[in-house]
Design a protein around this ligand. Structure first.
Ligand SMILES: C[S@@+](CC[C@H](N)C(=O)[O-])C[C@H]1O[C@@H](n2cnc3c(N)ncnc32)[C@H](O)[C@@H]1O
Length: 287
């Protein structure tokens, strides 16, 4: 009990510092320093598109790690502003369709503009944008997508540090709120995934509860016997996007259930966590 109340007292900039220094130890200082740099933006230009899009090389890598060979129905559940949707769309097989969804109407508008201007018509006509709550999508459909990207809303510490308004109002309860949201989205995404389908879960959070913690929950809920899903190793194939971006892919560190691209070690790229899950059998009984 004592420990819990001490944790709850953490708040604002000092609380944020203490919390993340506790998680990362001596490394925290170099992580913060890497946030102050320029990052690792790359220009992504899909041949035939009106405009280019700029995104972090770690985001390109994460979207490249969702294998698309043989896919026909692809879902990007939390897609705005659309960087990873572009990477998926530009790599998808010619007979595949991509559903690109975003809950916020304003951000969905931005997503639609990105799809229309940063993809040639031959691809954008196979990308359908929608504006709905990804967490409840599984109440309308089930096991109908063979590839899903869930790039979940997260603590995004890099942005918290950059904005005194967020830093001053930070508290650990924010992590609790975010993980509740992430779990609703991840369990919905898992239910939407076809047997034999592949789901890539990602965040830009540093907090392990939002990363490996979510995959651990997925194991507890859907994989008690150990045969319902398996983790896959990343096998990014740079040749799939070499026409669209001049990029050196950042490296990644292994965690218990996934991978982290850390800006202090990867020239400012990231942070991005991702885990790749291959569903082996239907979860219809758990629906
Ligand atoms: C990390 S951002 C996605 C970034 C995007 N994948 C990209 O590469 O540009 C997460 C997005 O999820 C949206 N979001 C939050 N809750 C959602 C929900 N329940 N359903 C769908 N989208 C949601 C947020 O508005 C935000 O735009």
């Amino acid at each position: 009990m004592k420990q819990k109340s001490a944790k709850n007292k953490l708040s604002g900039e000092a609380g944020f510092e203490e919390y993340y220094a506790g998680l990362y130890g001596e490394r925290w200082q170099s992580i913060k320093e890497s946030f102050a740099g320029e990052g690792s933006a790359v220009e992504y230009h899909v041949t035939g598109a009106e405009k280019s899009y700029f995104l972090d090389s770690a985001s390109v890598l994460a979207a490249l790690c969702l294998p698309l060979e043989g896919a026909t129905d692809i879902l990007d559940l939390c897609a705005a502003p659309g960087g990873k949707t572009l990477v998926l769309a530009s790599r998808m097989p010619v007979d595949a369709n991509l559903s690109s969804n975003e809950r916020s109407p304003e951000r969905k508008h931005r997503l639609s503009v990105v799809v229309e201007t940063c993809l040639p018509t031959s691809i954008s006509e196979r990308v359908k944008t929608s504006c709905s709550d990804g967490a409840t999508w599984c109440t309308r459909q089930s096991e109908c997508f063979d590839r899903i990207l869930l790039d979940a809303p997260c603590s995004s510490e890099r942005h918290v540090i950059a904005d005194p308004k967020y830093l001053n109002s930070w508290s650990p309860s924010r992590i609790k709120t975010v993980t509740t949201e992430q779990w609703s989205l991840l369990s919905s995404a898992y239910r939407l995934l076809s047997p034999e389908g592949i789901l890539l879960y990602s965040t830009c959070a540093l907090c392990p509860e939002e990363n490996d913690g979510m995959i651990e929950r997925l194991y507890k809920k859907f994989n008690k016997e150990g045969d319902a899903f398996a983790l896959m190793s990343p096998a990014p194939d740079l040749s799939e996007i070499s026409d669209f971006a001049q990029i050196t892919l950042p490296g990644f560190e292994q965690t218990k259930y996934g991978y982290m691209i850390m800006p202090d070690k990867q020239n400012g790229a990231g942070p991005i966590y991702f885990s790749i899950i291959k569903k082996n059998k239907s979860c219809a009984k758990s629906l």
